[in-house]
Design a protein around this ligand. Sequence first.
Ligand SMILES: *[C@@H]1O[C@H](CO)[C@@H](O)[C@H](O)[C@H]1NC(C)=O
Ligand SMILES: *[C@@H]1O[C@H](CO)[C@@H](O)[C@H](O)[C@H]1NC(C)=O
Ligand SMILES: *[C@@H]1O[C@H](CO)[C@@H](O)[C@H](O)[C@H]1NC(C)=O
Ligand SMILES: *[C@@H]1O[C@H](CO)[C@@H](O)[C@H](O)[C@H]1NC(C)=O
Ligand SMILES: *[C@@H]1O[C@H](CO)[C@@H](O)[C@H](O)[C@H]1NC(C)=O
Length: 531
Amino acid sequence: MRQKRFLIIFIGLLVHVLVISAAVDIKNLNIWPMPKDVSHGHGSLYLDNDFELKTDGSRYPDSSGILKDGFLRLIDLVKGTHVIEANFSHLDSSLLLKGIHIVVSSPSDELQHGIDESYKLYIPAAQGNPLYAHLEVQTVYGALHGLQTFSQVCHFNFTTRAIVVHQVPWTIVDQPRFSYRGLLIDTSRHYQPVAMIKKVIDSMSYAKLNVLHWHTVDSQSFPLEIPSYPKLWDGAYSVSERYTFADAADIVSYAQRRGINVLAEIDVPGHSLSWGIGYPALWPSTDCKEPLDVSNEFTFKVIDGVLSDFSKIFQYKFVHLGGDEVNTSCWELTPHVSQWLQNKHLNGSGAYQYFVLRAQEMALSHGYEIINWEETFINFGDKLSLKTVVQNWLVTGVAQKAVAAGLRCILSNQERWYLDNLDTTWQDFYINEPLTNITDPKQQALVLGGEVCMWGESIDASDIEQTIWPRTAAAAERLWTPYDKLPKDPAQVVGRLAHFRCLLNQRGVAAAPVVGFGRSAPLRPGSCYMQ
Ligand SMILES: *[C@@H]1O[C@H](CO)[C@@H](O)[C@H](O)[C@H]1NC(C)=O
Ligand SMILES: *[C@@H]1O[C@H](CO)[C@@H](O)[C@H](O)[C@H]1NC(C)=O
Ligand SMILES: *[C@@H]1O[C@H](CO)[C@@H](O)[C@H](O)[C@H]1NC(C)=O
Ligand SMILES: *[C@@H]1O[C@H](CO)[C@@H](O)[C@H](O)[C@H]1NC(C)=O
Ligand SMILES: *[C@@H]1O[C@H](CO)[C@@H](O)[C@H](O)[C@H]1NC(C)=O
């Protein structure tokens, strides 16, 4: 098995070297994810030393500074860590790009599911002074995507020591194919420090992902402060491996300022053992600790309290209520719960349905729509609120069934989009198509998009970045780029992907080599573009 794997890597490497050798040529179109429509020329411009942001004609007041901060981050990104030594009085002033002129039509900076994320970017060729790039958008979040694209066509020139925009003039008209482009992180199996979560958010914005699914708590630990029930985080691994409520609000705001919504999850009733450390009454008994005690009203009071607290900081339209892998034998085996089941004329699966539907009602009462894992749909799909989005992970074909039943769906099928499966290659990630076998346009519209999942059993701050990247980039392009622009054979994008992963490295993200399996180390000495 091991030898076979090395053979595959070796052959992969050979093919790769052949395909990739063009990647160092800066003239290649190295934008990731590939925009909807791109055209470019062959000229070059320099970014002026005082490259500036102009917003005349914009209806967006930017009172919270989202656009200004996005612009300043752009400058940091394109400078990288290089010292700009160019003597601008020696450079041809007709080749200087003075700044970028951004016109935002919508005055609102509400970041909500389905907002307009499109942008039109125009970078002129020389002539006509002073020269400005133009970015035209509906929302400030479209502008952030446009700035990310802009950052990818800028390069530091080691001769002039200035930043150059190659291949001008550029005309890029772009918008995402799917409105939900997610990455799950799991802070229960291992704690992730806030600084690392923010780094992950930064890197998501480079690939134009727009939902961070935060699997906050699970059986193993409960790191998050819940003000209404202050003993819940007694279930943290240690006193320091925790997030205060204010930390969580800060993470939401940090993400929002980068165009990313945070989807908070509590995975009830199954993945919940840690809840009872602070409140043992949530356990059916001290011998049988999950699922949460369905017979105890206190359980629902706590869930309502959690959702009420969530609604104060997690502004995304959806909350995730889990609902997967519920083993009801604890309920059936615990005398007081079993008695309750009898009184209610429920068996285990009936009680599971009762629990999920009650939690759904609570989420609705706090103004949320709901995302649930697919088992809820498989077991009682016709009872779910119509405001449910089914997250497919387990079985092939669930997406088709969910949209046929009129429910919305997100694809996270484990054989392709689970990052913790290290044998799944970036090519597998790339070819995973959310609309497989869904042909009716009305049903296609119910597929909101997809999400790659970084479950935390073997992930902490030491290895999360190289497990997420570059494979997540492959999914990000699948979710962003129009279907007819995606090659059937991922070999055609390997050079561009290698380029993007080197860009991530240059930006301080520990993205793993493209060759080999998930998070493998480089195999031999050589250029980043060849790994
Ligand atoms: C840049 O060039 C000008 C004109 O040759 C010169 O006067 C100036 O000192 C130079 N500046 C730097 C920082 O080298
Ligand atoms: C950097 O600039 C020099 C001088 O304008 C030019 O000759 C060279 O081709 C540029 N390098 C790259 C990699 O574009
Ligand atoms: C369900 O839980 C019971 C008792 O907690 C355990 O004995 C059983 O193996 C579990 N079943 C599955 C399928 O995991
Ligand atoms: C549980 O109860 C439901 C409804 O009463 C019934 O349809 C189902 O077959 C029962 N399941 C089991 C495992 O007995
Ligand atoms: C799509 O349909 C084909 C043919 O019926 C089937 O073999 C395949 O498994 C389906 N794919 C998915 C993802 O459901």
